[in-house]
Design a protein around this ligand. Structure first.
Ligand code: NZQ
Ligand code: ZN
Length: 386
């Protein structure tokens, strides 16, 4: 195991009616900014429940709505303006990863004297942020308790992430019934994203870290069991709860503690989203099995064996290469079972920008650790996915 620092500061209120804890969490504040998406929470009554708690708390509430998937830096600028003009003390996100990431980007932008996008270009400039909280409506990114925010700049065609402990929300309200209303594709894309977060940390060059690997396998098995069930039974509370908790555990830092993560597939997907406004989880479902195929070599077969036997219950008697191929096939079959596309062409993406995207990625520095990818590797993975 390698050394690590882990500060899991987010208080998690998990379960039915956990929104009732909002008042106590917001007790120290008078003025807050509520950040929202494009209307789903209003359609399904979640917004009313939250507003009731906020007005009972006697808070002055400013609202910023209209956050879109692949959230834009333009709305972040607007939020920073609202906060500065009204001396906002706290930012509350109500939504999925895009809304939470927008809230975090505003929070870090308010005290920063320059253009907030500079922080995305060079995250070492981040020092502090306003406090945030999250009310989660989509299980996927883990943003509700992690130290990341991912924002798109349409003008420069860049989708970039920042990472800093000051971005961890102070609290997360996680009521699984808030995810009953998700369309099947968002549920499925969320499950694929959760699994992808685990893969990024599971397929690691760090050979030991036994416990982290077993925990990772449990999260994957949970996604496989309950992800498929949810498509048939979207209002199954237990299944929603398992997937919601899996989303947090997959990316709050626990599974990556003591090991080196890979994260190349995420970077390949973020480029696709920057150019094509692709759903993040859909992109990962298309790319990941191809990344698994591309990076395989004899020195890595031990990891594929673990994955095949411990996650997919494939027979240990098969040889290493057979096991690896069978496990990759199982991964693809599972994503297809979730009705997720298997090819970029199915989501209207052709090879026009493969070369440009690969160049962008290489320019930003080392890509991957389980296998370090060069430009040709990236183009091959995109082509395999086409
Ligand atoms: O905008 P509304 O109307 O709310 O609709 C949203 C949106 O269209 C809808 N939705 C959310 N909750 C719902 C609901 N519809 C019905 N019922 C509900 N309860 O779902 C759509 C997608 O929402 P979004 O927030 O974009 O999805 P997700 O949570 O998957 O977030 C994706 C974004 O997070 C980034 C991704 O790149 C992408 O930009 N990521 C953030 C990470 C992080 N902060 O740690 C890590 C991830 O790897 C990822 O990169
Ligand atoms: Zn992700």
């Amino acid at each position: 195991m390698i050394n690590f620092l882990l500060d899991l500061k987010t208080r998690i209120h998990f379960g039915k009616d956990s929104v009732k804890n909002l008042k106590q969490e917001l007790y120290p504040y008078k003025k807050i900014l509520l950040v929202l998406g494009s209307g789903s929470v209003k359609k399904f009554g979640i917004y009313d429940a939250v507003k009731k708690e906020l007005s009972d708390a006697g808070l002055e509430i400013f609202e910023l709505d209209g956050v879109k998937p692949n959230p834009s830096v333009d709305l972040v600028y607007e939020g920073i303006g609202i906060c500065r003009n009204n001396s906002i003390e706290f930012i509350l996100a109500l939504g999925g990863g895009s809304v939470i990431d927008t809230a975090k980007a505003i929070a870090v932008g308010v005290p920063y004297l320059g253009d907030v996008w500079e922080l995305f270009i060079d995250e070492s400039r981040i020092t502090n942020a306003l406090s945030t909280g999250a009310i989660l409506t989509l299980a996927a990114t883990g943003s509700e308790s992690n130290r990341n925010s991912v924002i798109t700049n349409e003008k420069t065609t860049e989708k970039l992430g920042i990472h800093h402990d000051c971005l961890r929300p102070q609290f997360a309200i996680m009521d699984p019934s808030y995810t009953f209303s998700l369309p099947p594709v968002q549920t499925a894309a969320g499950v694929a994203d959760i699994m992808a977060h685990v893969f990024e940390q599971y397929f690691s060059p760090t050979k030991d870290a036994y416990m982290a690997n077993r925990m990772a396998e449990s999260v994957l098995k949970t996604c496989i069991k309950y992800g498929a069930l949810l498509l048939k039974d979207p209002e199954n509370y237990e299944a929603r709860a398992e997937i919601m908790w899996a989303s947090t555990i997959a990316l709050n830092g626990l599974l990556g503690a003591g090991k080196i993560g890979d994260w190349a597939s995420h970077m390949l997907e973020h480029e696709l989203s920057a150019y094509y406004d692709l759903n993040h989880g859909v992109g990962l479902a298309i790319l990941f099995p191809n990344w698994m195929k591309h990076v395989i070599d004899d020195s890595k077969l031990w990891k594929y064996r673990e994955y095949a036997v411990n996650v997919w219950d494939l027979p240990e008697g098969m040889n290493d290469m057979q096991l690896a191929e069978a496990a990759i096939a199982k991964t693809r079959e599972f994503f297809i079972k979730l009705n997720l596309p298997a090819r970029l062409s199915e989501v209207g993406i052709d090879d026009k920008y493969f070369e440009t995207m690969a160049e962008n990625l290489i320019k930003r520095g080392k890509l991957g650790s389980f296998k370090v990818l060069n430009k040709e590797d990236i183009i091959s993975i995109y082509k395999m996915s086409n």
